[in-house]
Design a binder for this molecule. Structure first.
Ligand code: MN
Length: 342
């Protein structure tokens, strides 16, 4: 265990550079990607509390509202200034961007971040993006979640992993690994999780909060999505669609789509799964999932997106039917020519 928890040398150097940019008395903003997920929210709330131990005040400024599912992570001590928008970024000394490798993932905040006098500090585990939000990076695709890097930051700086911090980090690990089932569930990931349990995390309580407290509408949304399931058996592709207005109809938010793409991926023989979500204003959001041997990041990049080898995303302009046809055509072509092999 001790060996597994040792912080890799490259991360140690990056943490030292990151820490050198932070001074007691500073106020920093923490931002993550549009539609923050468990890793984004968990990493942010953990880091905010860790920075407080260093005398650095951290406030959250995200491009989209804090998800209801993770409201409990904020507690009374972490301030969310998302409602103030880009103006909130102008009032802090520095910005730290988490779980993002491309500034465009900051949505409505992207232009404000590009215009900052000092570039953002970055903590991330995605494949490199085309336009990184900053040059000072603690980035490693070998990290199971951004939260693993936040954990390393705490260790290297001798900070205390309190129970609230452990809960935040654990939430991030559980959600980004699909409940410790995906390929990013490394030995080190589980060693960190073990350390978090030792710090006071109750795994059953975490499960109940993350997976056992969903709104009924989430299941209705899933039912509607599964109703659209199609499978191309020769290519091993399966996909589902979510119509414009579906979230509103069921009274849920985009976080309730988390995990929907797992269902097409779970079909026997399927190597590549897609979720097409019509945003209703001429844009379609696509979630790409794949199994061992298929690098779905290469497909997402064709459409201006990216992410991880087994999980990526992209936003494509066009009508749902047209985008679906275009993406499926490209997916079949790249699969046939072996260009998604990894
Ligand atoms: Mn992540």
């Amino acid at each position: 265990m001790a060996d597994l928890l040792a912080v890799p040398a490259a991360r140690r150097d990056a943490i030292a550079r990151l820490a050198a940019a932070l001074r007691p008395g500073m106020t920093v903003a923490l931002s993550t990607h549009i539609n923050a997920d468990g890793d984004g929210c968990g990493s942010q709330t953990a880091l905010a509390r860790l920075l407080a131990q260093m005398g650095v005040r951290a406030v959250i400024v995200n491009p989209t509202p804090w998800p209801e599912l993770f409201r409990w992570l904020l507690g009374d001590d972490v301030e969310d200034r998302t409602a103030d928008g880009a103006a909130a970024l102008a009032r802090v000394d520095r910005l730290i961007v988490l779980d993002i490798s491309d500034v465009r993932r900051l949505g409505v905040l992207a232009d404000a971040v590009r215009a900052l006098p000092q570039d953002a500090l970055v903590i991330d585990h995605h494949l490199p993006g085309e336009e990184p939000p900053g040059a000072t990076m603690l980035a490693d695709t070998a990290a199971c979640a951004t939260a693993e890097l936040v954990f390393d930051f705490a260790r290297e700086r001798g900070l205390t992993i309190s129970t609230p911090i452990a809960k935040s980090l654990y939430t991030a690990l559980v959600t980004d690994t699909g409940g410790f089932r995906f390929g990013n569930t490394s030995p080190r990931c589980l060693a960190v999780a073990a350390e978090l349990l030792s710090a006071g995390v109750d795994p059953e309580q975490m499960y109940a909060r993350i997976y056992g407290s969903v709104p009924l509408g989430r299941l209705h949304l899933l039912r509607d999505a599964l109703d659209t399931l199609q499978v191309d058996r020769p290519h091993g592709i399966a996909w589902v669609r979510v119509q414009a207005g579906a979230l509103e109809k069921h009274g849920v938010s985009s976080e309730d789509l988390d995990g929907v793409a797992e269902y097409p991926r779970s079909v026997a023989g399927v190597r590549l799964a897609l979720l097409f979500r019509d945003l209703g204003h001429g844009k379609v959001k696509i979630s790409f999932r794949s199994v061992q041997g298929v690098n779905v990041n290469a497909l997402a990049r064709v459409f201006g997106g990216g992410g991880h080898a087994r999980a990526s995303g992209a936003m494509v302009a066009g009508a749902l039917d047209e985008v679906e046809t275009r993406v499926l055509t490209e997916a079949r072509r790249l699969l046939e020519t072996g260009q998604l092999a990894d």
